[in-house]
Design a protein around this ligand. Sequence first.
Ligand code: PEP
Ligand code: MG
Length: 559
Amino acid sequence: MPEPLRGTGVSPGVGAGTVRTVAGEIPEPPAGTAAGDSETERDTALAALEDVAADLEARAERAAAAGNQDGRDVLVAQAMMARDPSLADGVRERTAAGATAARAVYEAFGVYRELLAGAGEYLAARVRDLDDIRDRAVARLLGLPMPGVPESDEPFVLVARDLAPADTAVLDPARVVAFVTEEGGPTSHTAIIARTLGVPAVVALRGATSLADGTRVLVDGAAGTVRVDPSDEEVAAARAAAAARAAALEDAVGPGATRDGHPVPLLANIGGPKDLDAALANGAEGVGLYRTEFLFLDRSAPPDPAEQEEAYRAVLEAFPQGRVVVRTLDAGADKPLAFLPPPGEEPNPALGERGLRMMRRHPDVLAAQLAALARAAAGLTAKLQVMAPMVTDADDTAYFAAACRDAGLEHPGVMIEVPAAALRARDLASEVEFFSIGTNDLAQYACAADRQIGALAALQDPWRPALLDLIAPAADAGVPCGVCGEAAGDPALACVLVGLGVTSLSMSAPSLPLVRTALAHHTLAQCQAAAAAARSARTAAEAREAARRHLPALHTLGL
Ligand code: PEP
Ligand code: MG
């Protein structure tokens, strides 16, 4: 049997059907001087943007009427982007300088595109939203077919380079049995909307757009695979496995624990109060990583103390019996902030003044954040724990613990993201109450591979035995040690982490049921055996395979 195509599964479930591909790309309009007068070009361009905004609003209404609130919100935000006054100014400037309407629109979007693309992983994902608005406006101006989802009366598998929110938000899940995209990641809109609609989805599948229209495929959104020309037996087997998996996920409720009752609190990674609903719906026992930088982005000064306090309190109030781990501002590198520029030229921003390093340069910003946190927690029952990112050694750790004490915060911790901190975890442990391992950064620094460079993605694989070797001493340093990087959301790796001695796992909300189920079906001894096997392997692939042999229920459960 030929191997299936492999991508990243971002929305579980199985879908079988024929491929329908989203219309091709809109070409870049040529540079050059407009033949007509500049006022006409300007008015035509602005009218096209307004038409696009109105169309997006109409789609938003349709999405709302279909009960798709997430889709509606995305479309409303896109309509606002299309009406952004600075964008219109950019168009006016360019048409006044002689550009055609289409070229002026294209270039005016380019400015925002670059800003977003350089502003970190989460905002980079929004570039797709922006490109979609641009392409719709340019298609109108050039008289090209509108990019978007093909019409079909038959159920089909939607294949695209990447899906735009305007497409996915109004899709009928009864018609579209699965999404497959060439690009996109777990935080792309394709992923978010697929999960909301309950449509199986695989993203980042190389060669997806070469699948010819009409080809029959079987998509497994949990395994991240696409099988071309599956037999009826394969489809039936995949459906049965998906049903067994869905039933197992429904059965796994309550606090995280191994089969023999070893507790492993399962917490959510959030970027603000807007993520609380999903965290609670998926049974999070608290928050293991509150990425506070989203409060600080797109501003020329830090948010005022009252605004910070409110954003922190909303999260603490959501978990009256739980704990909330707030990470202090992680500015720099992939999360640049306008009001905290690096002090000088940084040829390698990931190795520069970021995280706690930046806060040590701006102690007033750190103190204001810690004070806002202390005020937010006053009188509430949730346990507030505060941790610093990008900590290198015991000196950094002692500095942060002292800053927390000065603010009246009792539970300081640090993230283990730098190999030096992992190797000397025992030195750090005497200064703080807990660790949280950021496997995304720890992998980037362990393998000297910038996490923003897609071509180096294989070096970010959290199954690398070298990464497991760095996690082990941190988990064994004598203080509670969680993991809050993406690794915690992989059901098999979550078991391995528990086997290494990790005491809690924090992940994006949709992964919680998967990890809860994986743990509930294995004993602590099995997790330990899986961890030992993974560390004995030579490569990431071998580590994954070796660990899974000790975690037999993963196969039965289709995890
Ligand atoms: C990490 O590095 O693993 C982490 C959780 O932090 P971030 O992804 O925000 O850098
Ligand atoms: Mg990090």
